[in-house]
Design a protein around this ligand. Structure first.
Ligand code: NAG
Ligand code: NAG
Ligand code: NAG
Ligand code: NAG
Length: 173
């Protein structure tokens, strides 16, 4: 008798947390869809350089193996004087022996505006030319549990900078 009572209690204790968790999740988890367009401003030379080659095999014929670290500005528009929204902090690695395509990991850290304090992380391959599609791997703050993808393309390139338009397509809670 005492045994079956404690068994009953055990079952109750095991089941209760699960039933309360699922009740909470049904009430609160509602997925949102967000589209954001922003511009990544990378400065590759001069006093305010934001991107550096930190390692590589130093091949004269190609960039294969070069590792670049950057901490570049994320702005509202393609104009370098447009409003600062955050930082794009990450790394890119030249992973192709036949062209200049790269593998990249970027954390977008929002520091101004409505997304201030939140982050979005992406991962993916950038082809040598044309449009890049990368995967959103996580987010924080407003973008907690984010998934989705980014579409990006270079909109302006000069000898000391290049500007990339980023379209974020996000699902998050
Ligand atoms: C570098 O940044 C400083 C501080 O923002 C600015 O005053 C200066 O004009 C910039 N220099 C160039 C070459 O953009
Ligand atoms: C890279 O290679 C060039 C030419 O082969 C050489 O002059 C230079 O010192 C090398 N740099 C490093 C960091 O090894
Ligand atoms: C962004 O958020 C931080 C932390 O909450 C705050 O200190 C900072 O003033 C905010 N910046 C802007 C521009 O709102
Ligand atoms: C590209 O950037 C340069 C230097 O900032 C600027 O003079 C030029 O107007 C830009 N071109 C376009 C198409 O935005």
């Amino acid at each position: 008798m005492a045994m079956s009572n404690s068994l009953y209690l055990l079952c109750l204790l095991l089941l209760l947390p699960f039933s309360s968790i699922s009740a909470v999740s049904i009430r609160t988890l509602e997925e949102k869809q967000t589209h954001i367009k922003l511009y990544f401003h990378e400065i590759i030379s001069g006093p305010n350089e934001t991107s550096f080659i930190v390692a590589g095999p130093n091949l004269t014929s190609q960039v294969f193996g070069d590792i670049v670290i950057f901490d570049s500005a994320l702005r509202e528009g393609p104009d370098p004087s447009s409003k600062l929204i955050g930082l794009a902090q990450g790394t890119s690695i030249s992973t192709s022996q036949s062209d200049s395509s790269i593998l990249s990991v970027i954390y977008f850290v929002f520091t101004h505006g409505r997304y201030n304090g939140s982050t979005i992380a992406i991962f993916g391959r950038v082809p040598a030319s044309g449009t890049a599609e990368r995967t959103v791997i996580e987010g924080s703050g407003l973008f907690r549990m984010a998934r989705g993808y980014t579409i990006s393309s270079v909109v302006n390139v000069s000898s000391d900078s290049f500007i990339i338009e980023f379209n974020f397509h996000l699902l998050h809670y």
